[in-house]
Design a protein around this ligand. Structure first.
Ligand SMILES: Nc1nc2c(ncn2[C@@H]2O[C@H](COP(=O)(O)OP(=O)(O)O)[C@@H](O)[C@H]2O)c(=O)[nH]1
Ligand SMILES: [Mg+2]
Length: 299
């Protein structure tokens, strides 16, 4: 599923990030722990240059614990990067991010360390800022970011926080990332066709968490195809239309809604390995779309 993110918005986000970074000692990049790959902004790595980056896997209460550990270990190995998993259910762990950030810039010992929070929409940036600051300074929820002059807010332990997060665009080149962002509700409802993302959700669940699907929808044997699985879910939940055919849109909506709200348990839709495969595939696909045809025909 292709995500629409307008070139003008991307350009503006890039310029804002470039303007803010010289003031920043440590960048806190917020990722959704359920999709650490799809919720990253590929450009951020290039923009931040040598600025140390603390990658925060937010909403880890909704993510699969084993996979979160795997992601944290993987990200911790990257150069100039530390990774931590957090959740609003554990406030002290979020507050300790200040010390983690300060330790990443030992040359600033004894001086104030400036941190900035950045990430794509909906990952939990505002929530994190408010917990770090100990009071509400950023709007949470789905309200668009209001551009204003960034204020520096001292948050204790010699750390200062820029109060406005850097809002970046999501991974627009990998279509699978678009689907995962849609399944988890990170892209606006209006841009979605439930039947479409429902099939993708059925595929992810069958591959990675088959037992959860069986248990939730009381299905003994998982069918071969996504279509059959959606039909089976629809029949279990009474989504029948004319002449007893399953209403695929309604059945898909049930699966996606229940997955998103945690009804299918804590889950993570990506692993470091699946990311490596997809990165390679996306790079190949992108290189094909960028191929330019000769302007003069071959003779
Ligand atoms: N379950 C859960 N939800 C969270 C957590 N952190 C943030 N959220 C929710 O995720 C949504 C988006 O958060 P927000 O901070 O506004 O994201 P932003 O767009 O990146 O600033 C809100 O509904 C938050 O309540 C968390 O640790 N656990
Ligand atoms: Mg926000």
């Amino acid at each position: 599923m292709a995500i629409q993110w307008f070139p003008g918005h991307m350009h503006k986000a890039r310029l804002e990030m470039q303007a803010a970074l010289p003031k920043v000692d440590v960048l806190i990049e917020v990722l959704d722990a359920r999709i650490p790959y799809s919720s990253e902004n590929p450009m951020l790595e290039e923009l931040r240059g040598t600025t140390p980056c603390l990658k925060v896997l937010a909403k880890s209460d909704l993510a699969d614990e084993t996979r979160t550990t795997e992601w944290v270990e993987f990200l911790n190995q990257l150069e100039n990067v530390r990774a931590r998993a957090v959740t609003t259910e554990d406030i002290p762990t979020i507050r300790r991010l200040k010390n983690t950030a300060a330790r990443m810039v030992p040359h600033r010992e004894g001086r104030t360390v400036t941190v900035m929070v950045a990430g794509i929409p909906n990952v939990g940036k505002s929530t994190l800022i408010n917990v770090l600051a100990g009071r509400k300074i950023a709007k949470t929820g789905n309200t668009p970011a209001v551009t204003k002059q960034q204020q520096r807010v001292p948050i204790g332990d010699s750390v200062t926080l820029l109060d406005t997060p850097g809002v970046m665009w999501p991974n627009v080149e990998n279509h699978n990332s678009g689907y995962r962002l849609a399944i988890l509700g990170s892209i606006k409802e209006t841009a979605m066709d439930y039947a479409d993302i429902g099939f993708f959700a059925a595929k992810c669940m069958t591959q990675d968490f088959p037992e959860r699907i069986k248990e939730r929808y009381q299905i003994n044997e998982l069918p071969e195809s996504e279509l059959e699985l959606i039909e089976a879910i629809g029949r279990k939940r009474g989504c029948l239309g004319k002449s007893n055919t399953v209403d695929l849109d309604r059945a898909s909506r049930i699966l996606v809604t229940e997955l998103r709200s945690g009804g299918l348990g804590r889950l993570t839709l990506e692993t470091p390995d699946s990311m490596k495969h997809e990165k390679t595939r996306t790079a190949i696909a992108v290189s094909y779309t960028h191929l330019t045809l000769p302007t003069t025909p071959y003779v």
